[in-house]
Every structure is written in structure tokens, then in C-alpha cells.
Design a protein around this ligand. Structure first.
Ligand code: SF4
Length: 320
């Protein structure tokens, strides 16, 4: 008898009594302090933001727009609210038709979704909560880009709706974070997760296996550290190289070797064996099937990746 891994879908259906899905949205005007020069320029070496949401229309940040985070003026707010509604309507209808989703979490996915004036964040989040059958929000951000006021506001919001914050943990090793130009250290992530939990928020962490310079032991150390930090949910990804990134240049110069599928499966299954049962899992794979993918090729075919993951899990008595 194989042990069922606790999935995020299970968590949501147990909580809301029906099929609940995340609806990803991407708001123009949002950017990232690691791209706009506030923290660093160029972003993480693996970041080409369109690769996060190839299905969405390409939404470019309005350069410099949010540099003054204290500004209460946002001349683009109406447009952003319209865009939010338009994206939500299109994707929620598709999900409902494709897999019978009945309720939704609006997932602010692309860029850094707490890196804007609080008045803008409030307007967008509150608008999202007015959409039919929306039961909450999931907000992707960076550990260095969420203010005390935003935490306080989200904690209030969490009293009446489901609120998740998603932090990129990626690695707990500072030398790795530096190598990928992450723009913050591991202490920043630890502090943010602890604080989010103190504010009563649900936390999802993102982990990447196969970062430059990391071996299996380091990847498992990162997974264990995430478990100990008290995350409620996790996404596990292999690192892959896409065009128009600094990592693509490193790969081209022979300075970076992508993780092989065998090693990824080995690390992933061990990490899942070590995972406390109550932490739900949102994702075990990642890749792109268009011509933006450079390497590794095993990240191109999602179906074969899923088959390989299922077989690997089976061999260690797990089921996803
Ligand atoms: S934090 Fe996210 S959006 Fe910003 S550069 Fe890194 S991967 Fe890109």
C-alpha cells in the first residue's frame, strides 16, 4: 500500500468542500526590486518572467512606475483592475469547463506582488475577492518586498478569507543565492516566513533543485530547512535554462550543468520522504514545451516528466 502525499488540491477540497483551483493573474505595472535596480539589476540569473506564464498574454512591467512605493497616486489603477477582471474571467471559465472547478483562489503570480503602494495592493486584492466563487488569494512575492503594513493588512484580510503568501526560498545556502543573483540572503527568507506565520498567514515556499554549485546533500538541506521553518505548502522545481536569461549565457559558456532527471528524481523522492505529512504539495515538476527552453531536454515533455515522477514515487512507496 503506497502512502498518499498530501496535495494542495486535497487541502482545498477538504477545506471548501468542492473542487478549488488557483487562477494565475499577471498585472501590468508590477515589477521586481531585483529587476528594476532597487536591489539589483537583471534579476535572478534564471528569470525570464514570461516563462512563468506562457499561456498568459505577455504583460510587461511599466518601468520605474512603482519605484516610489509611498506614492498614493496610481494613474494605471483602473487599467490594472480591468486587466485583473479580464484575466480572471477568461481563466476561471476555462478551468470550470476543463476540470469542473467550482471555487477559485486568485493567484497573483508574475513579478513581486507586494511591491507596490499599499493602496494599489488593497484595491487589487479587494477587487479579486469580489469575483464570483472566489474564496481567497495567493500572493507570490519576495521575502525582502513585503512591508509591515502589508503584513498587517493581510492578517486582517485573513480573518475573513483564505490568504496565502508564496515566497521563493530556492536555496538556504547564501553562496548559491549570491551565485544566482537572488538579491537577498537566506536569513531574509527565514525572517519573512516566521513573520508571516506570526501574522497567521498561510505560507507556500518554492524550492529549486539543481541550482549552480549544489549537490544532493545541499538540496536536501534546503528542503529540511523549509520544513523546519513552518511552511504550510511547497512547490518543488528542477532548474531549467530558458532563452534571454543570464543562466543561458552561463550555460552557453559551459559554466552551468543542468540537473539530470535521475538526480532530480532521487532528490525529490528523498525530500518527499522527509516531508512532514501536514505540509501540502503544489508542484513536483516544471518545464516549458516551447522553443524558449534550452536545457535540460527532459524538462520539455511534461507528460513524460510526470510519468517518471510517478514511477520514482512508486519505487519508494509514495503516491501523488
Ligand atoms: S525574484 Fe522572481 S521576478 Fe524577481 S528576478 Fe527573481 S525570479 Fe524574477
Amino acid at each position: 500500500m503506497r502512502e498518499q502525499i498530501f496535495t494542495y488540491g486535497q487541502y482545498l477540497s477538504e477545506k471548501f468542500g468542492c473542487k478549488v483551483s488557483k487562477v494565475p493573474v499577471s498585472i501590468s505595472g508590477f515589477t521586481c526590486p531585483n529587476i528594476d535596480g532597487s536591489v539589483a539589476k537583471g534579476g535572478c540569473t534564471f528569470c525570464e518572467n514570461d516563462s512563468f506564464s506562457p499561456s498568459l498574454d505577455k504583460v510587461k512591467p511599466l518601468k520605474g512606475f512603482f519605484l516610489n512605493l509611498d506614492s498614493l497616486e496610481n494613474p494605471y489603477l483602473d487599467k490594472q483592475l480591468q486587466q485583473l477582471e479580464w484575466q480572471f474571467t477568461a481563466l476561471s471559465q476555462k478551468l470550470s469547463k476543463d476540470n469542473g472547478t467550482q471555487k477559485y483562489l486568485v493567484y497573483f503570480q508574475s513579478f513581486t506582488n507586494t511591491y507596490a503602494p499599499l493602496s494599489t495592493l488593497k484595491a487589487l486584492y479587494e477587487k479579486a475577492l469580489t469575483f464570483e466563487n472566489v474564496v481567497g488569494l495567493s500572493i507570490g512575492t519576495r521575502s525582502d518586498s513585503i512591508s509591515e503594513e502589508a503584513f498587517e493588512y493581510l492578517a486582517e484580510l485573513a480573518k475573513r478569507t483564505e490568504v496565502w503568501i508564496e515566497f521563493g526560498i530556492q536555496s538556504i545556502f547564501d553562496e548559491t543565492l549570491e551565485r544566482v543573483n537572488r538579491g537577498h540572503d537566506s536569513q531574509s527568507v527565514k525572517n519573512a516566513i516566521v513573520k508571516a506565520k506570526e501574522y497567521g498567514l498561510n505560507v507556500c515556499g518554492h524550492l529549486i533543485f539543481g541550482l549552480p554549485g549544489e549537490d544532493k546533500k545541499m538540496m536536501l538541506e534546503t528542503a529540511k530547512a523549509a520544513y523546519e521553518l513552518g511552511v504550510d505548502s511547497l512547490k518543488y522545481h528542477p532548474l531549467y535554462v530558458v532563452k534571454r536569461t543570464a543562466l543561458a549565457n552561463e550555460y552557453g559558456r559551459g559554466e552551468f550543468n543542468p540537473i539530470g532527471e535521475e538526480l532530480y528524481l532521487e532528490v525529490l523522492t528523498e525530500a518527499l520522504k522527509l516531508k512532514p505529512a501536514h505540509i501540502s504539495v503544489q508542484r513536483l515538476s516544471a518545464g516549458v514545451d516551447d522553443d524558449s527552453l534550452i536545457a535540460p531536454q527532459w524538462c520539455r515533455d511534461k507528460n513524460s516528466q510526470i510519468r517518471a515522477i510517478n514511477n520514482a514515487l512508486k519505487s519508494v512507496g509514495l503516491k501523488y
